[in-house]
Design a protein around this ligand. Structure first.
Ligand code: FAD
Length: 318
């Protein structure tokens, strides 16, 4: 079922969902299951599975020369989606990237999804490669997520890249896109960024999932501005419980988000990471309760490979 159908069928009740990251190449899927198992009691209607960009690795040869190879450390997004659907009878949402994929490769992936009964995707540009400062579009790929949305929207109508054929599956993708309550790191202002969010929705996106944030006020203002701009699709907040002291530097550095002073003080005062986890869980519970009262359609949690803290939050909310 489509994410938007799940939201509609919930009749105003807030749903629980979460995002997982594929394991490192070579790891067993059982580890992933053991992280997901404890969360299934909260009946997520859908689970997101991220896609990682390709990266360079350096291999030293016997003669001392170094080979540079390109690889994907966490492949298998679509395979994982299919496994989760099969094992848990849950809808899955693979993330589809512009970066690292040609339009043809994207089309093939979408066709795989159609055959596997995957009805939702989140369309993203992807970040720059680790070695690069700015995002460079892949040759034959898209520059912005709005172009990727347009490709998926066309495919929904049976218009493939080089030919128009009858849509054999009769299934259309429900398309999610990313939104940034604290603006995207490259955008000069929130209004500018929202203009491009609107372009994604106009190109065919059905809903928005936000970047993590720790101050609900920023989310409320973001939603208000988005509505003023004419973005009417559901906006799903993304929540991440802080889990280690290192997150105080890491999260602002990677995601270009601010942390509230109260949260910084509480984490700084912790003796160890066990105490930090507790602070993170309590903060996320408070955030979730307020968002629930606000009437968000879904509370979407970033698991980043760990589920015990998400379970603690979900137990207090659902
Ligand atoms: P876009 O919407 O294309 O926007 C990128 C930037 O360009 C923004 O600053 C925007 O304002 C600007 N812009 C957009 N369109 C135009 C235009 N036509 N002209 C000029 N400027 C424009 N990354 C991964 O690698 N894998 C994942 O699985 C993944 N999942 C994510 C899930 C969520 C919910 C979120 C919020 C992010 C996720 N990301 C993921 C990170 C995402 O790929 C990065 O944040 C990326 O830098 C931007 O992606 P986007 O789709 O928002 O890009």
């Amino acid at each position: 079922m489509k994410v938007t159908e799940h939201i509609k069928n919930a009749n105003g009740k807030t749903l629980f969902s979460f995002e997982i990251i594929p394991p490192q190449k070579g790891s067993s899927i059982e580890d992933l299951y053991s992280n997901i198992d404890p969360l299934m009691e909260f009946n997520p209607p859908f689970i997101d599975v991220t896609t990682s960009r390709e990266e360079y690795i350096y291999i030293e040869r016997d003669n001392g020369l170094i080979d540079r190879k390109i690889t994907r450390m966490r492949p298998g997004t679509v395979g994982i989606c299919a496994s989760l659907q099969h094992k848990y009878n849950v809808d899955t949402v693979p993330h589809v990237l512009c970066g690292g994929f040609t339009k043809e490769e994207t089309e093939y992936m979408l066709i795989d999804c159609q055959y596997l009964g995957i009805e939702n995707v989140v369309a993203l540009r992807g970040d720059a490669m680790k070695e690069e400062k700015y995002f460079r579009p892949t040759k034959g790929g898209h520059t912005y997520a709005s172009e990727l949305v347009a490709q998926i929207f066309s495919l929904n109508k049976g218009e493939y890249l080089h030919d128009a054929v009858e849509n054999l599956t009769g299934k259309e993708f429900c398309i999610g896109v990313a939104g940034y309550p604290e603006k995207h790191m490259e955008a000069p202002s929130l209004n500018y960024d929202l203009k491009w969010l609107k372009a994604k929705v106009d190109a065919g996106a059905d809903y928005v999932v936000t970047q993590m944030f720790f101050d609900n006020q920023k989310f409320f203002e973001f939603v208000e501005k988005a509505r003023e701009m004419g973005i009417t699709v559901p906006i799903i907040p993304g929540i991440k419980p802080i889990a280690t002291k290192r997150h105080l530097q890491l999260l602002p550095h990677v995601f270009k988000i601010d942390l509230p002073e109260d949260l910084i003080d509480a984490v700084t005062a912790c003796k160890d990471n066990k105490a930090v986890r507790q602070v993170g869980v309590e903060w996320a519970i408070q955030q979730s309760k307020e968002l629930l009262d606000y009437g968000v359609p879904v509370l979407h949690y970033y698991s980043m490979g760990k589920s015990d803290n998400i379970k603690a939050v979900a137990s207090a909310i659902f």
